[in-house]
Design a protein around this ligand. Structure first.
Ligand code: DC
Length: 228
C-alpha cells in the first residue's frame, strides 16, 4: 500500500530542498503545499484585492484552477493554465501569503485540494512526500511518517537569502531575516492550521548540518518508520 511522508516546519528551513532530494532518492512524488497557498496569494494580488477584504479573498478561490505538475523531478504550478512557478516566489507574494493563508475558509479549500492531489497519485500506486505547515497535524495526521523539521531563524534567513539570489531576487539579508521572523509569528499564531509540532512527529533540527547530512538523517527516519 502507498504511504505518505508528511513534513512540517517554518519558513526557509530547507523543507523544499530536502523533500526534493529525498523524493529523488526514493522515487516519491513530492508535493510542496506552500506553492498552492502562494498561487492563491498571487491571484489576490493580481486582482488588486485589499487584504482587508476577506470575502473577496475567499471568493476568488472559486475562479482558480490550481494544478501541480511534476516534470523531471521538478514541480510546476499552473494558475488557470498559466505557469506561475517563478512568480509565486516574488517578495510581494511572500509578504502577503501568511495573511491570506490564515483565513480558515481558504485553508479548508486548499486542504481539500492537497488531499485530492495526494489521493490521485496514490491511486496510481505512488508514495508521497508532502511538505507544509499543517500536513502532520491537519491534512494527513495519520501519515505513516511524520517529521517536524526545524532550524534557527538566522540559519533559515541565510538559506532563503541564497535561494533568492539563485532565483534572481535581490533582497538585503536584514530584510530576509525580518520577513522570516514576521512569517514565523504569523504561521504559528493562525487560528486554524497553525504551525505546530505534532506530539507523534519526529523532531529534527537541521541547523549546522550540511544538506547531505540532513538528507541522510531524513532517509533514515523514513526507513525506520516504513519498516515498523
Ligand atoms: O513554504 P512556503 O514559504 O512556500 O509557504 C508559503 C506560505 O504558505 C507560508 O507563509 C505559510 C503558508 N502555508 C501554510 O499555511 N500551510 C501549508 N501547508 C503550507 C504553507
Amino acid at each position: 500500500m502507498s504511504y505518505i511522508v508528511a513534513i512540517d516546519g517554518p519558513a526557509g528551513v530547507g523543507k523544499g530542498t530536502l523533500t526534493k532530494l529525498v523524493a529523488e532518492e526514493l522515487g516519491l512524488v513530492s508535493i510542496d503545499t506552500g506553492m498552492l497557498y502562494r498561487t492563491h496569494a498571487l491571484a489576490t494580488l493580481r486582482n488588486n484585492i485589499s487584504l482587508d477584504d476577506r470575502d473577496k479573498i475567499i471568493n476568488i478561490l472559486k475562479d482558480l484552477n490550481i494544478q501541480l505538475e511534476n516534470r523531471d523531478n521538478k514541480q510546476f504550478v499552473l494558475l488557470n493554465g498559466e505557469d506561475v512557478t517563478k512568480e509565486i516566489r516574488k517578495p510581494e507574494v511572500s509578504a502577503i501569503v501568511s495573511q491570506t493563508s490564515s483565513i480558515p475558509e481558504v485553508r479548508e479549500e486548499i486542504t481539500k485540494l492537497e488531499r485530492k492531489i495526494a489521493n490521485a497519485w496514490m491511486e496510481e500506486g505512488k508514495n508521497i512526500i508532502m511538505e507544509g505547515r499543517d500536513i502532520t497535524t491537519v491534512v494527513f495526521p495519520d501519515a505513516k511518517v511524520k517529521i517536524y523539521l526545524d532550524a534557527t531563524p538566522i540559519e533559515r534567513a541565510k538559506r532563503r537569502f541564497r535561494q533568492n539570489k539563485k532565483n534572481g531576487i535581490d533582497q538585503p539579508f536584514e530584510e530576509v531575516l525580518q520577513a522570516i521572523m514576521e512569517r514565523d509569528k504569523n504561521d504559528m499564531n493562525k487560528e486554524v492550521g497553525a504551525l505546530k509540532r505534532a506530539p507523534d512527529a519526529v523532531y529534527f533540527d537541521s541547523s549546522n548540518q550540511t544538506i547531505e547530512q540532513n538528507k541522510k538523517a531524513i532517509l533514515e527516519i523514513i526507513r525506520r518508520k516504513t519498516e515498523e
